[in-house]
Design a binder for this molecule. Structure first.
Ligand SMILES: [Zn+2]
Length: 254
């Protein structure tokens, strides 16, 4: 089974297309777990293969444009921070302080454990919440990044020993994590609110892609070797994705 990847933009959102050459009888295209999967039967000429791929791709894109509810449904929580809110992220305690400011731009800084956010009075109220979330997220990311990097390095040294390029926490990427062909690893910021096992599971998944750029049996062997309990962690994530918010108290699992 061969797999190739392409990225398409639908309504300002980026989606991965995974192209699989399999022993299926007919070509097909589907949307699953936030990505497009196009299957092409093996044993046809390269020209036919490419024609079939383009045809299936344009059909599924048209379909998704018509049925936006399929991907527009908010799968992850909307980040929200409130004045006075207190919470922990990877053993760091944070307090949110929000005030209006008579300035052109909004700003934020970390003062000991207090994230001081100053919101420009000129901002429309509809965008205030998003601005506050972006500022708080940036401050938290900056503070905890060394911990995330050492976590990724530790898991990598233990199981994969790959050359890692960059590690970033990103907001609302289409999956929980991604790994580029240059081994840049992106992790969804919301995972910092999840139990350790869960963020580890996502990191392991992405690190396994540094060895296998697909979801083949060999890929899953790498994942389960590093984390026999992987399935439970992902199940937990699926069940709790709406609650990955600052200060949310989870029933942690073992
Ligand atoms: Zn994957």
């Amino acid at each position: 089974m061969r797999s190739l990847n392409e990225i398409v933009k639908i309504d300002d959102k980026l989606f991965n297309i995974e192209r699989l050459i399999t022993n299926c009888k007919r070509g097909s295209a589907k949307f699953k777990e936030n990505k497009i999967i196009i299957q092409i039967p093996m044993g046809i000429s390269r020209g036919e293969n490419f024609k079939m791929y383009l045809n299936l791709k344009s059909r599924i894109i048209k379909y998704l444009q018509k049925h936006k509810e399929i991907f527009e449904e908010r799968e992850k929580s909307v980040l929200k921070f409130n004045n006075g809110q207190e919470f922990d992220v990877l053993n760091n305690h944070f307090v949110i302080s929000i005030a209006d400011a008579n300035t052109k731009h909004s700003s934020a800084k970390l003062d000991e454990k207090i994230i001081k956010i100053r919101v420009s009075e000129r901002l429309a109220s509809s965008t205030k919440e998003k601005t506050i979330a972006n500022l708080a997220r940036r401050i938290i990311s900056y503070k905890i990044m060394p911990q995330i990097i050492s976590k990724v390095n530790e898991i990598n040294n233990m199981f994969f020993k790959s050359q890692i390029n960059e590690i970033k926490l990103k907001d609302n990427i289409s999956n929980w994590g991604s790994c580029s062909k240059n081994n840049n690893i992106n992790i969804d910021f919301r995972l910092v609110f999840a139990p350790d096992n869960v963020i580890n599971a996502v990191i392991i998944h992405e690190l396994a892609h540094t060895k296998q750029r697909n979801h083949s049996k060999d890929f899953w062997n790498l994942v389960y070797n590093a984390m026999p309990d992987y399935k439970n962690a992902r199940k937990w994530l699926e069940q709790n994705k709406q609650n990955l918010l600052p200060g949310h108290k989870f029933q942690y699992y073992q």
